[in-house]
Design a protein around this ligand. Structure first.
Ligand SMILES: *Cc1c(COP(=O)(O)O)cnc(C)c1O
Length: 402
């Protein structure tokens, strides 16, 4: 018998990860109060989340969740096409479509599921999906599930996308890109990509997980910011980032959204979101639309962070949003910096391969409208201290953080 034993393979893989310093450990939050988190008995200032507008603990959002849970219960009880589709889902879909400016919206259990659903229900083996090299992992997995041809183009390169589309001239085609890139924080060249999509008869799909709520007029996201017609493309917004909840929504034309609702397996064969979660997110969307001060305050903090960091020679990427990566190169250095920051009371994750390319390890610093300028200043002081300490070989022996 030459069949490998899975348990032995798992053990070997674990040893390999240990040798490479790529062991991944989760941390347990025991209490959270805004950007302050209690982790392993210590309070840290959180620069590691995606709660950009501070809505995840907002009084009005929590209140909406509690009121709906008392009325409607905890679970939805079934999938959407059986008996789980609730009036709260309808109300949230309508509000999201109205806000983003798309003809129709469809809720999903998560952004990961939504991406699987979109590609799996639209593309087959003769078709092609061209994707930015830095797209989110769920989009790569989605193309694999669809069984289509997957072609990746260099980051933010519309001509690269065009070249890749030309290699498969006969199949139906999609251009798929993150709106705001999740690990770099920059925005995709959507106008140019939409031009390529038009001449190539390709459908464009923008995964705007990190754009909606933050970017564009009234926080309507990257597509609105680029001035593109939302009916002519598909977009994804996640409800777990700037909107502070859980789940996701796909927005597009009546025809495409209707097709997804009837055929996408990751929509059909899964339990609908809890109605109370939909009620909470409805309250969060209303706040995100109305409270311009949250975006303005966030932008002020971002500008202050960038200016101060550059003045102190901290190597930032050219991002204008709340994701502000600090490049470290070597992954051991990224881990050592994260450990040194934690020792000073700051939670910043070290992002390492395979999440980012080899040699591009980084600290993924994220800002929220809940931060204060004093907290941002304190983070920068801590970063400079950590950089100098690691440079001199102190504190490099820390444990893995991300
Ligand atoms: C977070 C994220 C997702 C996944 O969304 P979830 O709701 O967390 O499953 C998809 N795409 C991008 C770009 C993301 O950042």
């Amino acid at each position: 018998m030459t069949r490998p034993r899975l348990t032995e393979r798992i053990l070997a893989a674990r040893v390999q990860r240990t040798i490479q310093g790529r062991v991944r450990q989760r941390r347990t939050v025991t209490r959270r109060d805004g950007v302050r988190c209690e982790v392993d008995g210590r309070w840290l200032t959180n620069f590691a989340g995606n709660d950009y507008l501070g809505l995840s603990q907002h009084f009005g959002v929590v209140d909406a969740l509690q009121a709906s849970a008392s009325r409607d219960g905890v679970g939805s009880g079934a999938s959407h096409l059986v008996s789980g589709h609730h009036a709260n889902h309808d109300a949230l879909e309508k509000e999201l479509a109205d806000w983003i400016g798309a003809p129709r919206a469809l809720l999903f259990g998560s952004g990961y599921l939504a991406n699987l659903a979109v590609l799996q229900s639209l593309l087959g083996e003769d078709d092609v999906c061209v994707q930015d090299r830095l797209n989110h992992a769920s989009l790569i997995d989605a193309a694999r599930l669809a069984g289509c041809k997957l072609r990746r183009y260099p980051h933010a390169d519309p001509e690269g996308a065009l070249r890749q589309l030309r290699t498969v001239p006969d199949g139906a085609a999609m251009i798929v890109t993150d709106g705001v890139f999740s690990m770099d924080g920059d925005v995709a060249p959507l106008r140019e990509l939409s031009l390529v999509a038009r001449v190539q008869h390709a459908l464009m799909y923008v995964d705007d997980a990190h754009g909606v709520g933050v970017v564009g007029p009234d926080g309507r996201g990257c597509v609105a910011e680029a001035g593109l017609e939302a009916a002519g493309l598909l977009q994804l917004a996640t409800l777990g980032k700037a909107l502070g909840g859980y789940g996701a929504v796909v927005l597009g034309s009546e025809e495409i959204i209707g097709h997804l609702a009837e055929t996408a397996r990751p929509y059909i064969y899964t339990t609908a979101l809890p109605p109370s979660q939909a009620a909470a997110t409805l309250a969060a969307v209303k706040l995100a639309r109305r409270d311009h001060w949250r975006r303005e305050k966030l932008q002020g903090l971002i500008a202050h962070f960038r200016q101060t960091a550059m003045f102190r020679d901290l190597p930032l990427l050219p991002s204008t949003g709340p994701i502000q990566p600090l490049m470290c190169g070597d992954e051991k250095r990224a881990t050592a910096l994260a450990t040194a920051l934690e020792a000073q009371g700051f939670w910043v994750p070290a992002i390492r391969p395979p999440t980012v390319p080899d040699g591009k390890a980084r600290l993924r610093i994220t800002l929220s409208s809940l931060h204060t300028q004093a907290e941002v200043d304190a983070l920068i002081d801590a970063l400079c201290w950590a950089r100098d300490a690691v440079e001199m070989g102190f504190g490099a022996a820390g444990a893995a953080v991300a």
